[in-house]
Ligand binder design. Structure first.
Ligand SMILES: C[S@@+](CC[C@H](N)C(=O)[O-])C[C@H]1O[C@@H](n2cnc3c(N)ncnc32)[C@H](O)[C@@H]1O
Length: 675
């Protein structure tokens, strides 16, 4: 230590603590020409400077930053915080600041910061040419020190934390010294294919200079055994779009005798994806592990940025993640799936407030945020459910035994849409599938559904002999049925079918795939839904999900609720009542999303020219007392355009169990004449 210019009074207290920490194992301290001791002294000095720069008092008992994984230390003696597992997946925030200053610190401070001048320390360290170890964990942590010291740094580049600063340190020769020896590179099983790109997509990147290291272990250094070569490889497998958060696979392994052979990240992802799809058969064809992992990074960043006392407020997301309001700049091509990140034009003071980052609480494949663009209103409370649930007495019997072989396609394989002869599942739609191979509704089918919906008086109404709705109102003297709209059904392939989950005749059952957002309207209609991407004509948006109630139960529920209760409009599942003689109460069902529902409970009404159409979809039950209500676009819908559907309200019917609101749809064809 003396030859390195370190005075005894600096060395002694550190040595004492090291001895205690290493259980008096001198050989660990002597190793590599007392490297551990030298490092500990430098780090203590660096820490003191940091504390002094912050204007804090240094306590005598400040613990020197010994927290460095030590190769020579038996694993059970490594402090738990350092005892990293093998092949751990970790979230790595480059901008993240760590309060620990383990390992080799950054040396970018102003050299005039004496008495413990880091520049001097660095030069001493450089003298000691046999400093070997590179510890990627500590490299990461040390970016903190650079961020802290950036204000004193003449070189603006070195103020940047993360990759850039690491590069600089490498240039300074503080890190990579003996770590990767020429000729040993081929020992890494998966050489880097490309590097340099830093953001958004998974890089498939193995950062050899910064993250992959081979450590030659010297004789007597403990585990692993002497002369073994230890590898540390870090695969970056995903990252957030801004590149600040990465998901990496870190693997420490020893070449001999455990002959570990790595794989590249593309292969790895494909392998896991196949495994996952095999295990969980109901993931759709659009499922991508890569997207999922990138989403984890994105969410990590968003949540880190947003969360303030449990309330998510996100100024940055508003300005960066959301599309611009002025649609003029936007590409309107069909490939504009994800919109450019541009600042929103909110005016000088107004700032959108993100109230809920994901109303689905992770139950849907895609997050749905709730934004308050204009005021400070909270949505009524409800429980988000991604699928319908039975409230009490409704009869919904799902069983494979109920599905006759003629009602499904057990002999199909793969994708039914690609078969030359449409299977039995297309029978309900006239022998042609309702969907295109691209997952949209066939135009012909869509047009006929729209026309049936818009001209109900023309032969598309039917009247029950004994209407369950009227029975619910007055069981003793039910009034005449007011008529129900006949509708076209879609029948999707399901579990008893032989096709795969990727089959094109399974759209609604795969759930929401479009990027949706709930927002507060400025027009007095409360909350509403919009898409953050352009939607083509015939695109599935979401299902109307709620509690399955009998009409009797709905009637009772509405009677009990006070007139002031805000109601989400229930949907009658009456599209097939025409085929029944007298329907039992338990079979006359409806969906109510007031207390339990999905995003559809926020979709507002628009008379006649709404952009969404509700279509009955039969999935798991062969009879049609119960079915799904799926919303499809009637035309191309621009990103950020409010999504609406026609609730089918008769504004003149004052006996309806739910009192109609004053319609503010703004349509020229508005049926609410009072308005
Ligand atoms: C299914 S919810 C839609 C979400 C609702 N806006 C909210 O804030 O929760 C139905 C309720 O929204 C309001 N609403 C929907 N469409 C409307 C319209 N065209 N005009 C006025 N209010 C409307 C009514 O209060 C209605 O009862």
């Amino acid at each position: 230590m003396k030859s390195l210019g370190l005075p005894a009074e600096d060395v002694k207290p550190v040595l004492k603590k090291l001895l205690m920490l290493y259980n008096k194992k001198w050989e660990l301290i002597e190793e590599d020409n007392y490297r551990t001791l030298a490092d500990a002294i430098f780090e203590l000095a660096d820490d003191k400077i940091k504390v002094e720069q912050k204007g804090l008092i240094i306590k005598e008992d400040v613990e020197p930053p010994y927290k460095k994984p030590h190769i020579g230390l038996p694993e059970d003696q490594i402090p738990s915080s350092l005892n990293r597992g093998k092949g751990i997946m970790e979230l790595e925030g480059e901008s993240q600041k760590s309060s620990s200053s383990g390992g080799i610190n950054a040396f970018t401070k102003d050299p005039s910061n004496n008495p413990h001048d880091p520049a001097r320390n660095e030069s001493i360290r450089n003298k000691s040419k046999n400093l070997i170890q590179v510890d990627s964990a500590n490299v990461k942590k040390s970016s903190y020190a650079e961020g802290e010291s950036g204000a004193h740094d003449a070189n603006p580049k070195s103020r940047l934390p993360g990759l850039h600063s690491r590069k600089q340190r490498i240039k300074n020769g503080c890190e990579t010294k003996i770590s990767v020896e020429p000729g040993e590179k081929q020992l890494i099983d998966f050489p880097p294919r490309y590097s340099g790109a830093t953001s958004n997509v998974r890089q498939g990147l193995i950062e050899v200079p910064q993250h992959s290291h081979m450590l030659k272990l010297s004789k007597g250094s403990g585990t692993p055994s002497s002369h073994e070569t230890k590898f540390q490889c870090t695969h970056r497998i995903a990252s957030s779009s801004c590149g600040h958060v990465h998901l990496s696979l870190k693997c420490d392994h020893v070449r001999e005798p455990y002959n570990f052979r790595g794989t590249n990240s593309d292969e790895l992802l494909r392998f896991v994806e196949r495994k996952y799809k095999k295990l969980y058969k109901n993931v759709g064809p659009t499922f991508s592990l890569e997207k999922l992992l990138n989403e984890i990074c994105e969410s990590y960043k968003e949540m880190g940025d947003d969360s303030v006392d449990g309330v998510h407020r996100h100024q940055e997301i508003v300005e960066t993640d959301r599309p611009e309001r002025n649609m003029g700049n936007r590409s309107s091509g069909s490939d504009s799936h994800y919109l450019p990140r541009q600042p929103m034009d909110y005016g000088a003071k107004k700032r959108a407030v993100l109230k809920v980052l994901d109303i689905t609480k992770g139950t849907e494949k895609t997050k749905i945020s709730l934004y308050d663009d204009i005021g400070n209103e909270d949505p009524t409370s409800f429980v988000y459910i991604p699928e319908n649930i039975i409230y009490q007495s409704g009869y919904v019997h799902v069983s494979l035994a109920r599905i006759a072989n003629e009602e499904c396609c057990p002999s199909c394989t793969g994708d039914c849409l690609s078969s030359s002869i449409p299977c039995a599942c297309a029978g309900d739609t006239g022998g042609e599938f309702a969907y295109t191979p691209g997952g949209l509704l066939q135009q012909k089918f869509l047009r006929s559904c729209i026309s049936m919906n818009q001209e109900p008086q023309n032969q598309h109404l039917f009247y029950c002999q004994d209407c369950p709705l009227e029975r619910a109102k007055n069981a003793n003297r039910p009034k005449k049925c007011k008529g129900h709209l006949l509708r076209k059904f879609i029948k999707e392939c399901w579990r008893k079918c032989g096709c795969s989950m990727d089959c094109g005749n399974r759209v609604v059952q795969r759930g929401i795939t479009r990027k949706l957002e709930v927002f507060l309207t400025s027009k007095g209609k409360g909350w509403a839904v919009r898409a953050l991407e352009e939607l083509p004509e015939g695109a599935f948006v979401c299902e109307y999900v709620g509690e399955i109630l009998t009409n009797m139960e709905l009637y009772e529920r509405n009677k009990q609720s006070s007139g002031k209760d805000k109601h989400v409009y229930p949907v009658l599942l009456d599209a097939d009542w025409a085929t029944e003689g007298v329907l039992k109460d338990e079979d006359a069902l409806c969906l109510d999303a007031t207390y339990y529902g999905n995003v559809a409970r926020f979709i507002n009404h628009r008379c006649f020219d709404s952009n969404l159409l509700e279509i009955p979809v039969q999935v798991e039950t062969p009879d049609r007392h119960y079915y799904h209500i799926a919303f499809f676009t009637k035309r191309k819908v621009n990103a950020l355009e409010e999504l609406t559907w026609d609730y089918g309200i008769d504004f003149a019917d004052h006996n309806h169990p739910i009192k109609a609101f004053k319609c503010l749809c703004g349509s020229e064809l508005c049926r609410d004449k009072k308005r």
